[in-house]
Design a binder for this molecule. Structure first.
Ligand code: FES
Length: 163
């Protein structure tokens, strides 16, 4: 988990919390809005929520980890979405996911230590004819194989892409 929030993140957090009344039922909307604004739920933010709503920190953490919509580390510069919808799953999406996990040394929901790559699984991105599919940032990689994984990451690792 990222250690500290930036000043900008703290300002955003204060602005969000300011818009709530401090009632327990606001927990999930607060978590959702913070994630939407910051892209993840920092530990400090969850502690502030607990203080603001006057509930135990462990309860905030428990609720946040129960739902897989929440993430606890920022997205990487190049977010990777691995499709595991039916078509991609049948075409070997799991093997692509495992190859990426090995190559980047992270698991689904994780971000590399240099914040360059993060990895998510998605249910379908609407181009099943191209299965199995991986999306790196906005570029679609059709017909992926575990062997193509390393090669497809090279330009991102070298940052030799046009913006
Ligand atoms: S299942 Fe992967 S694009 Fe539809």
């Amino acid at each position: 988990m990222k250690k500290e929030m930036t000043g900008e993140e703290r300002e955003k957090l204060a602005g969000i919390i300011h818009g709530y009344r401090g009632e327990r039922r606001e927990l999930i909307p607060l978590l959702q809005e913070i994630q939407e604004e910051l892209g993840y739920l920092p530990r400090e933010a969850m502690e502030e929520i607990a203080n603001f709503l006057r509930i135990p920190k462990v309860l905030v953490w428990g609720v946040a980890t129960f739902y897989n919509q929440f993430r606890f580390v920022p997205l990487g510069k190049y977010p990777i979405r691995v499709c595991l919808g039916t078509a991609c799953h049948l075409a070997g999406g799991n093997l692509i996911l495992e190859a990426l996990e090995r190559e980047l040394n992270i698991t689904v929901g994780g971000t590399t230590e240099d914040y360059k790559f993060s990895m998510e699984r998605v249910a379908c991105i609407g181009c099943c004819m191209l299965a199995p599919v991986v999306v790196i940032k906005t570029k679609i990689y059709p017909g992926m194989t575990p062997f193509k994984v390393e090669e497809s990451l090279i330009p991102y690792k070298q940052d030799s892409l046009s913006p």
